[in-house]
Write a new protein. Structure first.
Length: 161
């Protein structure tokens, strides 16, 4: 198993956030397969790029650099709903996830969102810790939400200021 590469500097430093395009799908799928036992399919990723209510943002290691993470979210009425966030294995522990979440929240605010919601695996302690430090709070549980592993999801919410 490859280990994340440690980089000096502040978390998130040197990242550029941009909107995903169809040409980014292969890289998104690579990151998916590194991070998830049951990664999204090409069809699902491409479909999210087409929906008016859906957005996919990428984090690049410097402007024009390699894509090191992404977030997929919907903005519906006054809510941001985060569907997926992932960081390339080699870029973990650098603030990529936080930067992407902050970018999604920022876009949501600009579009009138007042709330951000997400589901996270009960076993994903690192993600839960990140979301808690960002101001999310647990408001519920979805039993067996991740059906393949029969794992519950924690439902988390954040009020956007």
């Amino acid at each position: 198993m490859r280990r994340p590469v440690e980089h000096p500097g502040a978390p998130g430093e040197g990242l550029a956030i941009r909107r995903a395009a169809r040409g980014d799908v292969d890289r998104v799928l690579e990151i998916e397969s590194e991070g998830f036992l049951h990664p999204w399919s090409r069809e699902l990723v491409e479909r999210e790029l087409e929906h008016a209510w859906s957005a996919m943002l990428l984090a690049e290691d410097g402007v024009g650099g390699p894509v090191v993470g992404y977030v997929v979210f919907w903005v519906v009425h006054d809510e941001v709903h985060v569907l997926n966030v992932a960081t390339a294995l080699a870029a973990r522990r650098r603030g990529v996830g936080r930067a992407l979440m902050e970018a999604a929240e920022g876009e949501g605010r600009r579009r009138g969102a007042r709330l951000s919601t997400l589901e996270v695996r009960r076993s994903n302690e690192g993600a839960i810790a990140l979301y808690l430090t960002m101001g999310y709070r647990q408001v519920g549980v979805r039993p067996n939400y991740y059906a393949e592993e029969r794992e519950d999801a924690l439902v988390m919410v954040k009020t956007l200021g």
